[in-house]
Design a protein around this ligand. Structure first.
Ligand code: PAF
Length: 282
């Protein structure tokens, strides 16, 4: 496995592979890899001859008061895991190698980014789209694999790929969960022991809403209230950032569940913001 730190070296290796007729898969990550990442990496491994994993804590997707500085990092461990899972290359650039001092070009999908996470993180998806497009341009992969925990991110990236005629197929993998239902996330390390023990309540709230929809409740407002009541009962110190029913592709708000609908939630527990979602197929 090779480690690349500069865009030029990565681009040149990927170009050589493509000239040899080899297919390439990309898994973009911010590192501190966990089992959820591994499920993306294992899927990508099956889908192409060569596998590139990027490990880059992308500064442009963090707001001024967010956790860029304390975001967990462990490159030596990430490299070991990447190699164990069959990666051919890891791309781990410094921010200065990715962004020129006078970087001035941004990619945005404002219509899909204005709600949910985009409402409280206004520059987040602009940073995500820009860095993912840069990575896709460098690697020119046949497939790129993302997790569905960040459902809105994937919907935005798919729209970007369609609108800008990108060649790569974007694949979404199901949320990987701890045994008690907590969605895996690098940020789970921020939770105290007590918070960690209680946060599976978020998943239980999603399942409660899904079960009520299956039993015939189609009113999104009533279902959202049910989720909120569950969180108030089980995590009284939590603050719900949003609990919203949206169309799974357009991210447009949905009032009645007459078709598959995404319930997406973000919950603050202490200083930690956890996101999760469930696709409700009525
Ligand atoms: O989902 C993530 O880890 C990041 O948003 C991504 C896609 C790697 C872009 O920095």
């Amino acid at each position: 496995m090779e480690l690349f730190n500069t865009p030029e070296s990565l681009r040149s290796a990927c170009r050589q592979w493509r000239r040899q007729g080899l297919s390439v898969a990309l898994v973009p990550t911010m590192g501190f890899l966990h089992a959820g990442h591994m499920s993306l990496i294992d899927e990508a491994r099956k889908r192409a001859d060569k596998l590139v994993i990027s490990v880059f804590v992308n500064p442009t997707q963090f707001g001024p008061n967010e956790d860029l500085d304390r975001y967990p990092r462990d490159l030596p461990r990430d490299l070991r895991l990447a190699e164990e899972h069959g990666a051919d290359a890891v791309f781990a650039p410094e921010p200065g190698a990715m962004y020129a001092a006078d970087h001035a070009t941004w990619v945005e999908v404002p219509e899909l980014a204005k709600g949910l996470c985009g409402a409280s993180r206004p520059i987040h998806f602009r940073g995500v789209c820009t860095v993912v497009l840069k990575l896709l341009n460098l690697v020119q992969p046949d497939v790129a694999v993302f997790g569905q925990k960040d459902w809105q991110q994937l919907a935005i990236l798919r729209r970007m790929a369609r609108d800008l005629d990108l060649d790569a197929q974007l694949i979404g993998m199901p949320i990987f969960r701890e045994e008690d239902g907590l969605a895996m996330s690098s940020r789970n390390v921020y939770l105290t022991e007590d918070e960690r023990a209680r946060v599976p309540a978020i998943r239980q709230g999603l399942l409660k809403a899904r079960d009520a929809a299956a039993a015939g409740q189609r009113d999104a407002g009533a279902l959202a209230l049910m989720f909120r009541a569950h969180i108030a009962d089980t995590l009284p110190d939590a603050r719900i950032d949003y609990a919203s029913f949206v169309h799974p592709d357009s991210m447009a708000p949905v009032a009645r569940l007459d078709a598959p609908t995404l319930l997406a939630v973000a919950v603050f527990i202490g200083k930690v913001r956890l996101i999760d979602n469930i696709l409700i197929e009525v």
